[in-house]
Design a protein around this ligand. Structure first.
Ligand SMILES: Cc1cc2nc3c(=O)[nH]c(=O)nc-3n(C[C@H](O)[C@H](O)[C@H](O)COP(=O)(O)O)c2cc1C
Length: 177
C-alpha cells in the first residue's frame, strides 16, 4: 500500500506533522504547490495537511476540488491550529472545510500546532495584530478573558509549540487499518 502526504504550511507546524507521517508510513511527501492530481494515481492513500486560518484549512481545495478523482483511495485531511484539540473544534473545522457529501469518504484529524508570530507573512501579521488588539480591548474593558485568549496573547511575545509526534498515532493506525 503506497501513501503520499501533501501539505501547506506557513510557519512549519503542518510541515512537521507531514514529515513525521511520511517517515512513519514510508510515504512520499510534497508541498501542495508542487503536486497535480494526475501524480496521485499510483497511491492508495492520500493524506493532506494544512494550517487553520480563521477556521479554514489552507490549501484544502486541492482535495475537495479533486474528490471525484480520489474516490477510490483512502483520503485523510488533517489540520493544525493554535487551538487546543477538542471534539467541538474538530466538528467546526469539518463543517467549514469538508462538504457534507464528502464527509463519509474523507477522514479528518486535528493535530495541535503552535503559533510563531515572527515567522508569519506580512498580511497574516496584520490580521493577527487586529486579533491581538481585540483581545486587549476586551481585557481593558475588564471583561474576563478565556484561557485560550490569555494563551493567545502570551504567544505573540513568546512562540508556542504544542506539537508532539505521538499525535500522529491515530492517523498512522487509520492508514494501516
Ligand atoms: C491569520 C491567521 C488565522 C488563524 N486562525 C486560526 C484558527 O481559526 N484556529 C486555530 O486554531 N489557529 C489559527 N491560527 C493559528 C495557526 O493555525 C497555527 O499557528 C498553526 O499551527 C500554523 O501552522 P503552520 O505553521 O503549518 O502554518 C491562525 C493563524 C493566522 C496567522
Amino acid at each position: 500500500m503506497k501513501s503520499v502526504v501533501i501539505y501547506k504550511s506557513k510557519t512549519g507546524f503542518a510541515k512537521k506533522y507531514a514529515e513525521w507521517l511520511a517517515e512513519d508510513l514510508s510515504a512520499d511527501i510534497f508541498e501542495v504547490s508542487t503536486v497535480n492530481v494526475s501524480m496521485l494515481t499510483e497511491y492508495d492513500t492520500v493524506i493532506y495537511g494544512g494550517s487553520l486560518h480563521a477556521v479554514g484549512i489552507i490549501g484544502v481545495n486541492f482535495i475537495t476540488n479533486n474528490a471525484d478523482k480520489l474516490k477510490d483511495k483512502k483520503v485523510i485531511i488533517f489540520a493544525t491550529g493554535a487551538s487546543p484539540s477538542t471534539e467541538q473544534v474538530a466538528k467546526e473545522i469539518i463543517t467549514n472545510n469538508i462538504p457534507a457529501s464528502l464527509q463519509r469518504h474523507i477522514k479528518f484529524f486535528y493535530l495541535r500546532g503552535g503559533f510563531v508570530y515572527d515567522k508569519l507573512p506580512l498580511t497574516d501579521k496584520v490580521l493577527m495584530t487586529l486579533l491581538k488588539w481585540k483581545i486587549q480591548r476586551k481585557n481593558k474593558q475588564k471583561k474576563a478573558l478565556t484561557r485560550d485568549e490569555k494563551g493567545m496573547l502570551a504567544a505573540y511575545d513568546k512562540p508556542v509549540d504544542f506539537t508532539k509526534k505521538e499525535y500522529i498515532a491515530d492517523i498512522v493506525s487509520y492508514v494501516n487499518s
